[in-house]
Each structure stands twice: as C-alpha cells, then as structure tokens.
Design a protein around this ligand. Structure first.
Ligand code: ADP
Ligand code: ZN
Length: 741
C-alpha cells in the first residue's frame, strides 16, 4: 500500500511513501516520514494500492513492478498518533478550500490546525498523582514513625497531586518517592488538563419553554434539507433556539460547532453554552493560552467534547460525526480570513455541512446580502423568520438627529446633540445605563496645523495619524508606529495645532466635563489590550459599576445588558462615504441595527439616537426604522444595476512591493493577461485605496465573473500559485473579497 503524505515543512506538494505491512495506517493520521537526511511530521492524505510508478513492461514480459520502490520510494517510519487528525470529510473539505480559494493544499491544511497543535511545542504539563495502596500488600518493610504518620495522612486525604501533598504535609518529593519505593503508595505521572472554563463557576441552565416562533424555527432546523438562514431580530431568542438544536444533535449522538465573531466571544457567550452543556463544550479562540488551545483541540479530536464554540477557524474543528454547524451573526466580516487562504468561514461552514450531511444554520438580525440573495432569490437556503423579541419587549424607538442643524450658525458642531444629551441626563437620574458607540478609537482622528492646513500622516503608510491624549502621542492605526506631537508645524512653523474630529478617548474626556457625576467605561482596542481586560470591563458594566459605556465595534455585537435603555450612535455616517467599498451602505446599516439592538433588552423600553449628516441616506433611513427587508431589497437593486456581488463573483488581486514602478508594471502586465481570458470582467489596475502600507506600495485589480471557478482558472493560468511570492512583487489573490483596501 502507498500513502500520499503532506509535510508541514514542504509546501504545496504531496509525497508518496510506502506503507510497511506492520503499520495500520489510516487516512488523516499524523506520521513520521524520512525526508532527505532527516525525519519530518506529516499527515496521510490518501491511501492507494496503486504504485505511483508505472510498471515498466520489458520485452521479455517480466514485470518490473515493485523493483523501483526498493530504491526510489521510502517507507513511513512510525504513526505518531493512532487517532486521525483529519477525517476523510475534512480532507475533502480542505481540497475544496484549496481549489476554491486558489491556494496550495498545504496552506489549506495548515489553516485547519491551530498553531499550538502544529508546533506541538506545548505538550500538557505533567504532574505526579499519589495514591495510597489499599489494601496494603503483605510483607512490607516497617516504616519509621515519621513516614508512618505521613502514610496515614495520605490515606486520610486519599492521595492527591504530589505538589499539593508536599505543601499540605510539609514533606518533599524525595520522601514521597521513598514511601512509594517501599510499596506503601503509588506515584504515577499524569497530564494536568488545561481547561479554559476551569475555575469558572457555572450554574447549569435548562431548556426554556420556546415561544411559538422559536419552536417553528427549531422544527425547521431539525428537519432541514438545506442550509437555513435564521433571520431573527436582536433579542428574538436565536441563541435559545441554537441551544435546543444542539441538545437534539447531541441526543442523536452527533456533534455541533458554533461559530461566533471573535469579538463577541466573551465569557457571556461562551458561558451560556457552557452553562447548558457543561464539560462537553470545548472553546477554541485566540485569547486562550497556547496550552489551552492545544488541549481543547485534542479533546475534540479524541471525542471528549461534542460542542465546539469558537471563531472562524473553529469551522475546521476535528469533531466526530458532525451534525450541526451554527454561524451566528453570519454577516460579520470577521468570518473572512484576511491572510491566505482568504476563506469565508460562513461559506466553508455551508460546504462542510453539505459534505458531511450536517445541517448548517446561518443566523443574523441583518443577514449579509449574499445570504439574503441565496435565500430569497436563488432558493439555496431556507429562510426562517423570527420577527419579534421574546417576551414581547419592544424593539427600541430610533430617532435620527440631523447634525447639520445641531449647531447655531458660526459655532462648531457639538459632539453631542441636545436631544442625546438630555436623554443621557434622564438615564443618569433614573439609574439606567447608556451605551455610546463611535467607530473610531483614539482622541482625534486628524492632527492638523490651523495656519497652513498641514495634516500629519504616517511615514510608512498612506494613513493619517490619530492623536491619543492619554499618552500624548500621534499613532498610525495601520502599522502601529507612533511619535510625539511636534512642537512646530514642519511646513510653516506655527505652534498651535488643532485636533479635528473625535475618537473614543475624546468622548470619554468630554463626558467627564459635561456629566461629571457619570461613571464612564471606555472599550476599544487601546483599553482592552490585556488578556482579560475585555471581560473585566464588561463585567463591571453589567454589575452597574458604570453609567455609560463608550466603545467601538467591540461593543456592537451580542451583548445583552437588560439595564441599558439608551444607545447613542455618534457618527453614523462615518462608514458610509468610503467610495471604494461597495459594501459601505450594507456595513453602515448592519452597524446601526446591531448597536441599536443593545437597547431595551430587559423589561424597560429602549431608545436609540442616531447622529448623522445624511439622515436621508437609504442605509440610515431604513436602519432607523429597523427595516432590514426594505434595505436589503433596495440595495440588491443597486447592486444588480452596478453588476456587483451577489449578482456576480468578485476577486481582488493585490500587488505588493517596495518599488512603486515594478509594482505598477506587474499589475498592468497581469491586467493585460487577464483581459485575454474569457468570461472575465477586469477592472483597470490602480493604486489600492490603501496605497502604501508599512513602506510597501500596493496596487489592485478587481475581477468579476459569473462563477469563481472562471476567476480561479484564469488566475492559475496567468499567475501560477508558486509564482505569487516573487521577490520584487508579491501577489495576493482574494476570492469573494470583502475588504477592498
Ligand atoms: P438573540 O440571540 O436573538 O439576540 P437571545 O437568545 O439572546 O436572543 O434571547 C434574548 C433574551 O431572551 C435572553 O435573555 C434569553 O434568555 C431570553 N429568552 C430566549 N428565549 C426565551 C424563552 N423561550 N422564554 C423566556 N426567555 C427567553
Ligand atoms: Zn503607518
């Protein structure tokens, strides 16, 4: 038998090895194979009886088959672990992934293995477990008085970890080992399980009695024959439906995967699943330590956990007998991986479910237009609606405030409009909480000289610097470089600078002056950089230790605070005017709807104030009415007219290099070659919206076609995968591109 093996260290090629008769090889196993003069770890991808060498049939008829391998083909050395790392289904999925996203197979394989598993650098910590021998074997040598007391103590507590016993009974490992050598106790090596939920006290919850709408949704999921788009307003009880669908899946002896956006992987979300399903829940996300991720992954692979909760990479979790995949907040752009392979975990989930005969549920209050189109026009998904909040709590009242009229003539535009300010004061008096949302961190987005208009920009990127008041720095949010604000304008020498616009830090500061009694918590990438700070800030807010939560996107999703009755969206149109991003309107709508959904989730009614300069823009207008369907249908018409996704497939090819001219030339050459391919609509090569990043120049070509296959075939033809990592210019092919920067 022969095995095709993928080696971690050798990209984009499979190697054939002979399987020794004594090895019971299975597809997906991790093996050790000889490679050049050393050994490498690899994964068995395919088994075949056929020799990769064609038999040579010489004239005399003798069959030389088998003679070649003796020298030419080497044998697998050992099996590293009998339990496969990949199921046949996963391997099929990874082959699809490589083909669809136009990447090498090894790269696809890597994305399915968390790095701590790949590097295996973090084997679980070990400890020694001491247990008294009971009953004692006969004829043991007598003990000294001290050892006898120690032995009796160990019997009393029924043993335990060596380190614990040492502290408790003031003894040493040496003494314990002596006692073991004398035969009174046993001392065995064991792994210390590292569990991200360990030490968390969770009260078990039980299934709730479903509302009629919820029960219908659950039925639809349990009898699904195609993917389900669960379109449920915020607070409609989608999570409860997911949990009952999972419970049913477990009853059938199958496993479930729940994907959530990284940002809403708060203890709140994870806790809800853990409280319902206990130890069978495994959590996979990047905030875990390497050791925790390593252990959780292997726990899943060994079939010890049957519910996996995690961000996009958890779509590859090595569960046994997959029955259900849930993609919560399916519209979230965080499901798209922004490095190669640039897969969309939502789409991978749909494909994986189809391959493995599982059900896929895409849930959202604001579905992506792609999914909406698939459900309502192509019939690929079944649409299930949940239009009301559980318990009949009302969706919040949304007020749009036209900021063009918010200031008196000649005065600057205020940060807070009068109605929003009044509403905040009312909440303070009533002891209710407010969330203020602003899509920009830092203090002020631009730092400008009032005399000559000079704007400070990053030296390495085409981005303006943001002023951060806390540490008095100008920072680039793209590459992270920072500098002190200069004393003089480098252009004209003036000394006074003006900060234009505002970020979360400035909001926090302004609140301190206008509402001095309000307790404020700020949540953004700057305030949550420590490992648990995200959880701590949210718990504090939940415990009503603050009146106002100011934050960026980070607070838009999934949070459920019953005492929040007011949400202020400070610059609703900030994301609207990004000319290059055809999804700007969709994103703005989603953001407003999601943030609004944080208000009035308890028994108290909620209010939302949307401050905007474009109150009549369709995205703002429909979001204020919580009218998703109106928005989606209107926006779909626009996309159709413009020939944009979901009416076609779009790929973005980016060229990156240090020398501007070479980058531009390469882009133009490739543009020409792509134009010669049939069935493609190729946009002219142009500098990317983010033209320079970290000292590298970036150019772009957008390619559209009716099917991704056509684009991938053309790219593979014009730009073979192996040539994309050229020395002077690197090429990135992004199929179904989401971020067009
Ligand atoms: P969504 O995920 O759609 O935003 P959730 O599942 O978070 O909604 O539900 C909102 C709130 O309603 C939660 O506090 C949840 O505990 C509660 N809830 C959900 N389903 C029920 C039910 N059938 N009966 C009572 N309360 C429910
Ligand atoms: Zn920069």
């Amino acid at each position: 038998m022969f095995a095709q093996v993928a080696l971690e260290q050798v990209p984009d090629q499979l190697f054939t090895y002979l399987v020794p008769d004594e090895l019971k090889i299975r597809v997906g196993q991790k093996v050790r194979v000889p490679w050049r003069r050393t050994f490498h770890a690899g994964y068995v991808i395919h088994l075949t009886e056929e020799s990769p060498y064609r038999p040579v049939v010489p004239a005399n008829g003798a069959d030389l088959f088998g003679a070649v391998p003796a020298r030419g083909i080497r044998a697998i050395e050992t099996i590293e672990d009998p339990v496969p790392y990949f199921s046949e289904g996963t391997i099929r999925l990874l082959r699809w992934l490589a083909d669809y996203y136009s990447v090498g197979f090894t790269l696809a394989l890597k994305s399915a293995l968390p790095s701590p598993v790949r590097e295996n650098g973090s084997r679980p910590k070990e400890c020694f477990i001491i247990a008294p021998r009971l009953p004692l074997p006969p004829h043991l040598p007598p003990l000294t008085k001290r050892l006898k007391t120690l032995y009796e103590d160990i019997v009393r507590v029924d043993g335990g970890r060596m380190s614990q016993l040492c502290t408790e009974f003031k003894t040493t490992p040496v003494t314990l080992r002596r006692l073991a050598a004398l035969g009174y106790i046993s001392c065995e090596r064991a792994e210390i399980p590292r569990n991200p939920l360990a030490g968390k006290r969770l009260l078990q919850t039980h299934a709730m009695t479903l509302t009629t709408t919820q029960a219908q949704a659950l039925d639809a999921i349990l009898s699904a024959t195609k993917p389900i788009l669960l379109f449920g307003v915020t607070g409609s009880g989608k999570t409860e439906v997911y949990m009952q669908a999972i419970a049913e899946t477990l009853k059938r002896g199958e496993s479930a995967i729940v994907l959530v956006p990284e940002i809403s992987l708060t203890p709140q979300t994870v806790g809800r699943f853990a409280a319902r399903f206990g130890k069978t829940v495994a959590v996979l996300h990047s905030a875990l330590s390497d050791g925790e991720r390593h252990d959780e992954w292997h726990r899943i692979r060994r079939g010890e956990a049957h519910v996996v909760v995690g961000p996009r990479s958890a779509v590859f979790a090595p569960v046994c007998r997959l029955g259900l995949i849930i993609v919560d907040e399916e519209h979230d752009s965080g499901y798209k991986q922004d490095e190669s392979p640039r897969y969309s975990a939502r789409d991978v989930a749909v494909v994986r479910a189809a391959f493995e005969g599982a059900t896929c549920v895409l849930g959202s209050a604001t579905p992506s237009l792609e999914s909406w189109f698939n459900a309502t026009q192509l019939g690929k998904y079944r649409l299930v609606r949940m239009a009301e909040r559980v318990g009949g709590s009302m969706l919040p009242s949304v007020y749009t405030i036209d900021m063009r009229e918010a200031s008196r003539p000649g005065e600057p535009i205020p940060i807070f409009s009068q109605p929003l300010l009044n509403a905040m004061k009312v909440r303070l008096q009533r002891g209710e909480q407010t969330i203020l949302f602003l899509n920009r961190r830092g203090y002020a987005p631009t730092f400008q000289c009032p005399r000559c208009g000079h704007v400070f920009a990053c030296r390495h990127c085409s981005a303006k610097l943001t002023y951060h008041a806390k540490d008095d720095t100008l920072r680039c949010h793209l590459c992270g470089t920072w500098q002190r604000p200069p004393e003089h304008c480098p252009e004209c020498g003036a000394t006074v600078f003006k900060q234009i616009g505002f970020g979360t830090q400035r909001i926090e500061q302004v609140l301190r002056t206008i509402l001095p009694n309000a307790r404020v918590i700020r949540m953004d990438a700057d305030s949550t950089s420590r490992r648990h700070s995200h959880d701590e800030l949210l718990s504090a807010f939940r415990a009503k230790e603050a009146d106002i939560l100011v934050g960026t996107q980070m607070i838009a999703k999934g949070l459920d605070f019953p005492n929040v009755t007011l949400v202020g969206i400070l610059a609703a149109d900030r994301s609207l005017n990004i000319a290059y991003d055809f999804r700007a309107a969709e994103r703005t709508f989603q953001l407003i709807a999601q943030v609004s959904g944080r208000a009035g989730r308890g028994t108290l009614p909620g209010e939302v104030y949307v401050q905007t300069f474009q109150p009549n823009h369709p995205a703002i207008r429909t979001a204020a009415d919580c009218a998703y369907e109106a928005f989606a249908n209107e926006e779909l018409c626009e996309r159709k007219t413009a020939g944009l996704p979901p009416f076609c497939k779009l790929a973005c090819i980016t060229f990156v290099g240090a020398d501007e001219r070479t980058v531009a030339q390469t882009a133009h050459t490739i543009q020409g070659k792509l134009e010669a391919c049939r069935g493609l609509q190729v946009s002219p090569a142009e500098p990317a919206p983010l033209e320079r990043k970290e000292d590298l120049w970036r150019w772009q070509i957008l390619v559209r076609a009716s099917a991704s296959k056509a684009i991938v075939a053309a790219c593979d033809h014009v730009l073979p995968r192996s040539e994309r990592v050229g020395k002077a210019v690197r090429t990135l092919v992004d199929i179904d591109a989401v971020f067009l920067n």
